[in-house]
Design a protein around this ligand. Structure first.
Ligand code: TYD
Length: 207
């Protein structure tokens, strides 16, 4: 793979989507070919699955399977072709979100998620993994306040109670400790400008 793969993660309301948009523009301003994408979604089929995932109630395993089905399509149609032509792929969420939300939040066994990850992303040195992941971290109550301030209707995940989001947050931090070589935890209480600077430095280390 010639390109670089960067993912943006965190609980809802931590500000990852605006930082994702900033990083896309930052890299494009340097003349880099950037593919800006998101999960669940990123392809026509994936966006349809996203619509279902964010609105329909379903068994927790169905939810995990659909997340990975959308991811399989995303890898085939968007991520892998872009990386092989040398583009940078910046995705607003990827597999760490499945471990955080379906694993931490919903309580699905991590071994089952690991099986899906192995199936969809491969194993060993050929496995597709992000080169760099940012986890935007914020106390849950603060994230909820930020979300309430946006005035948009909460989706099925955003409607979950505080303890669900606490488990998601803890699962993200556990992932960061386990995969410290690629995951950077960003304190989302910093100013936007400070966070932009941190991102700029981390991204520069990949160039
Ligand atoms: P998000 O892009 O954060 O939505 P928004 O439009 O509100 O910024 O993601 C949608 C939701 O999907 C989010 O609450 C987390 C959830 N999600 C999972 O539960 N598992 C996953 O694997 C992914 C990629 C997302």
């Amino acid at each position: 793979m010639k390109g670089k793969f960067i993912t943006f993660e965190g609980i809802d309301g931590a500000g990852k989507s605006s930082q994702h948009a900033w990083a896309v523009e930052h890299l494009r301003s340097k003349g880099i070919d950037v593919v800006s994408t998101r999960e669940p979604g990123g392809t026509p089929l994936g966006e349809k699955l996203r619509g279902l995932l964010l609105s329909e109630s379903m068994h927790l395993e169905t939810e995990a399977l659909l997340m990975f089905a959308a991811r399989r399509e995303h890898l085939a149609q968007v991520i892998l072709p872009a990386l092989s032509r040398g583009a940078w792929v910046l995705s607003d969420r990827f597999t760490d979100a499945s471990f955080a939300y379906q694993g931490g939040g919903r309580g699905l066994e991590l071994a089952k998620l690991q099986q899906l990850e192995n199936w969809v992303q491969g194993t060993g040195s050929d496995a597709i993994q992000p080169d760099l992941t940012f986890i935007f971290d914020l106390p849950v109550a603060q994230a909820q306040e930020r979300r309430n301030g946006t005035g948009t209707a909460p989706d099925r995940f955003e409607q979950e109670k505080l303890d669900f989001h606490e488990r998601v947050r803890s699962a993200y931090l556990a992932r960061a400790a386990e995969f410290a070589h690629r995951i950077r935890v960003i304190d989302a209480r910093h100013t936007v400008a400070d966070i932009n600077n941190l991102l700029e430095k981390e991204i520069a280390s990949l160039c």
